[in-house]
Design a protein. Structure first.
Length: 282
């Protein structure tokens, strides 16, 4: 009699459990911009040097220009019934907007050189979030400086524009838009140059001639022929004429649309160039 042996049952293999690791893609773009903007604003507000010199600069420009040039004779095409302070203050605001825009580029250069950008690149942070944050910080800086200039001009120098409160607010808003547009141009320059000194030299070469080759300090009709030709194609002329027309209720409001269009083009081109330069290896 033969005995049939049955094979022993094989032990069951342990069941494999598929563990799904959560995919963390980072916060939203808006949240990133908000956090990075707050970080830069806190750093700026807690630095006494930045606050002090940021407020002194527009005040010095305001008093130097108004006290020096107001003692000179008025040119033939100067608007009737307008003081030189009222005439030049919109130019001071635009000049301050350009200087504040340059600081946006300098701030980006500092972030590139102090290791902040290197740390952010190891995180799920969108490359454009830091650039947008820098532009918003520059906008806040420019808004504070504009407020300081206007308050001092009204309380100390007797600035009394003919336009109403609404027109004055629109004039300040247009100046802020110019600052925002120029800020993107300097952010792009900072992303490519990556050094503060060449960026500041570039700003001096660009802003200084453009301000004097415009309607900032005298009417275009009173400029020499070749300088008047440059002023007619100078983007800052359209910005200054538009802000002056709003604040003083004088002709020139038709320059607002070209100023807005030129600013939009500068913003778009600057943002594209800044993103391309920012994405280069450090």
């Amino acid at each position: 009699m033969t005995t049939q042996l049955t094979p022993a049952p094989r032990p069951h293999a342990p069941a494999t459990v598929a563990l799904k690791t959560p995919d963390f893609g980072g916060s939203s773009f808006v949240a990133q911009v908000r956090v990075l903007t707050g970080r830069s604003l806190r750093a700026m507000a807690t630095d006494p040097g930045i606050v002090l010199f940021g407020l002194i600069q527009p005040v010095v420009i305001l008093f130097v220009l108004t006290q020096v040039f107001s003692k000179m004779g008025m040119p033939p095409h100067f608007p009737d019934g307008v003081s030189y302070l009222d005439f030049v203050l919109p130019a001071v605001l635009v000049d301050n907007a350009a200087q504040s825009a340059m600081q946006s580029g300098v701030g980006l250069v500092e972030d590139l050189r102090n290791g902040v950008v290197a740390r952010l690149r190891s995180l799920p942070v969108h490359p454009g979030a830091l650039l947008v944050a820098r532009s918003l910080v520059g906008l806040v800086r420019s808004a504070v400086q504009i407020l300081v200039i206007m308050v001092l001009a009204m309380t100390v120098l007797g600035y009394s524009p003919n336009g109403g409160v609404a027109e004055l607010a629109l004039s300040a808003g247009l100046t802020l838009f110019i600052s925002f547009a120029l800020g993107w141009a300097f952010i792009a320059a900072g992303a490519w140059l990556r050094r503060a000194e060449p960026l500041q030299n570039l700003a001096l070469i660009v802003i200084f001639p453009l301000m004097f080759a415009s309607s900032a300090y005298v009417p275009v009709a009173d400029l020499p022929g070749w300088l008047a030709a440059v002023a007619h194609v100078n983007p800052l002329t359209y910005a200054i004429d538009a802000t002056r027309a709003l604040a003083l209720d004088v002709p020139g409001l038709d320059h607002a649309i070209p100023a807005l269009l030129i600013g939009a083009v500068i913003s778009a081109a600057g943002a594209f160039a800044a993103l391309a330069g920012f994405r280069r290896p450090l």
